[in-house]
Design a binder for this molecule. Structure first.
Ligand SMILES: Nc1ncnc2c1ncn2[C@@H]1O[C@H](COP(=O)(O)OP(=O)(O)OP(=O)(O)O)[C@@H](O)[C@H]1O
Ligand SMILES: [Mg+2]
Length: 459
């Protein structure tokens, strides 16, 4: 630009010819500078919107302080480097001195819209009349019927949200509310409504309000599960503890001199103490498995060997219920990538269940084989543990691997079960990229099938 201004001075031209040219160049330069100023103002709006969105995300806890700073810096660089939006060549346009006012009046600055699209939360931008100017894909997921140029009240009739929008107009801080939607599914959405500025959206093309929404239902469900787990674990511990306390008091008081009662009570107390130990062991085991669930196991496990080992280890227990364990081996060895101790734990839990909940004098089969599974069919390793017990009613099947879930609570407690066995099995199987399938026919028996990728058959 400086070169352009100086160029006429280097020409040997008469002053009378040079002055109009200089005046015209000065006029163009002034216009160009005005355009640069306006673009800077526009970008400062875009920067302000970005800052607000990042602050909302940080406030909502989805971004840490450093990520917020780094994210804002990156977005700011993109905004500053971006050319004028919508194909508007503002410099050229203003340099020619025409049309700038009309474009400004039409308010067609859309440079901020990619920012809304890039946000990880559902975001909608509204103008002064609470009419939707723009929204991102996440917002559309939450409100599939949302349309541009539609008043917000048509997108969501939720009174909390519409009231928050009214309040945000005069509030000095963003307004945060919980929005409860009941259709199509019940969910809690946290909404933050922020006012961006006082200028008319029609003049500037910039949003007046930004609403960012986050579906909290999943988080609520996890928090509820955690609370349930603690409640269940303490309940499971409290029951044997209360029984122990009762026996201690009885032995200290009325049964102090009763040798027969003392012997019997001590036997029960010992089994209650064992139950508590088992529960704590299972809880620790579950937490260890959960912690390692994303670490791929490194060892190699041969499934026929583990099946034979488990059948032998549980033989005395099976004999006590007059149950016969039958192992069917595959024709050739089947190796999987795995942690032997964990695979042993899985089979032990399943065979132990088959013995505990199977038929007295019945039969438990442990079969190792290769099967074709999935679409397209792939060869996979299968270990199936089948019993001929009373079976499990279909309504219990989807919940059996939940912690503390028991199909028959009384039977499970009678047999010393903690209700954590199948939860541990599920986590170990996930860690081994395997699958657990349960089928059962009431009155006939249940089959627990474990599927794994055989070593060497997949990349
Ligand atoms: N083979 C089976 N036949 C019938 N019911 C079963 C069988 N295996 C499991 N169940 C049911 O599933 C429930 C959950 O099993 P899980 O192994 O998780 O717990 P548990 O056996 O009660 O306790 P734990 O295994 O921690 O000692 C059991 O309480 C039982 O009701
Ligand atoms: Mg069990």
């Amino acid at each position: 630009m400086i070169e352009a201004l100086c160029a006429p001075m280097t020409d040997r031209q008469p002053l009378s010819r040079f002055l109009p040219a200089l005046t015209s160049r000065l006029g163009q330069t002034q216009a160009a500078l005005r355009a640069v100023g306006r673009r800077a103002r526009m970008r400062s709006w875009a920067l302000a919107i970005t800052a607000v969105l990042f602050l909302i995300l940080m406030g909502a806890g989805s971004l840490s302080g450093w990520v917020t700073i780094a994210g804002f810096a990156a977005m700011a660089m993109v905004i500053m480097q971006q050319g004028p939006s919508g194909g508007d060549d503002e410099l050229g346009e203003d340099a020619s001195g025409a049309g700038s006012a009309s474009r400004r009046a039409s308010g067609d600055d859309t440079s901020w819209r990619p920012l809304v699209d890039a946000m990880p939360d559902a975001v909608v931008a509204l103008d002064h009349n609470f009419v939707v100017m723009h929204f991102n894909a996440m917002f559309e997921d939450l409100f599939p019927r949302a349309r541009l140029q539609q008043p917000l009240s048509h997108v969501s009739r939720n009174p909390e949200l519409n009231e928050a929008v009214e309040r945000a107009v005069s509030a000095s801080e963003p307004v945060i509310v919980d929005v409860f939607e009941r259709v199509p599914v019940e969910r809690r959405i946290s909404a933050t409504v922020s006012r961006l500025g006082g200028r008319d959206s029609r003049q500037t093309g910039l949003p007046f309000l930004i609403i960012s929404l986050r579906d909290m239902s999943e988080q609520d469900k996890l928090a509820q599960m955690r609370a349930d787990f603690i409640a269940n674990a303490s309940h499971e511990l409290r029951t044997p503890l209360a029984s122990l306390r009762g026996f201690v008091e009885t032995l200290q008081g009325p049964a102090r001199e009763d040798t027969q009662a003392r012997e019997r009570f001590l036997g029960i107390m010992s089994s209650q103490a064992n139950r508590m130990t088992r529960l704590i062991d299972d809880l620790l085991s579950l937490s260890r498995v959960e912690m390692r669930v994303h670490l791929r196991p490194r060892g190699i496990v041969e499934l026929n060997e583990v099946a034979a080992y488990i059948a032998q280890a549980l033989e005395p227990l099976a004999l006590a219920s007059k149950i016969k364990i039958v192992v069917t081996r595959s024709e050739s060895p089947i190796r999987i990538r795995g942690d032997r101790d964990e695979i042993v734990q899985v089979l032990q839990n399943l065979v132990h269940n088959a013995i505990k909940y199977g038929k007295e004098s019945g039969r438990v089969e442990v079969a190792v084989s290769r099967v074709l599974d999935g679409t397209p069919p792939q060869p996979r390793a299968l270990v199936a543990i089948a019993d001929d017990g009373p079976g499990i009613a279909p309504e219990h099947l989807p919940r059996l691997t939940e912690r503390f879930y028991r199909a028959n609570a009384a039977a499970s407690r009678d047999k010393g079960g903690t209700g954590l066995g199948l939860a541990i099995v599920k986590h170990i199987v996930i860690r081994h990229s395997g699958e657990l399938r349960i089928t059962s026919v009431v009155g006939t028996g249940s089959t627990f099938s474990l599927l794994f990728d055989e070593l060497g058959t997949r990349a």
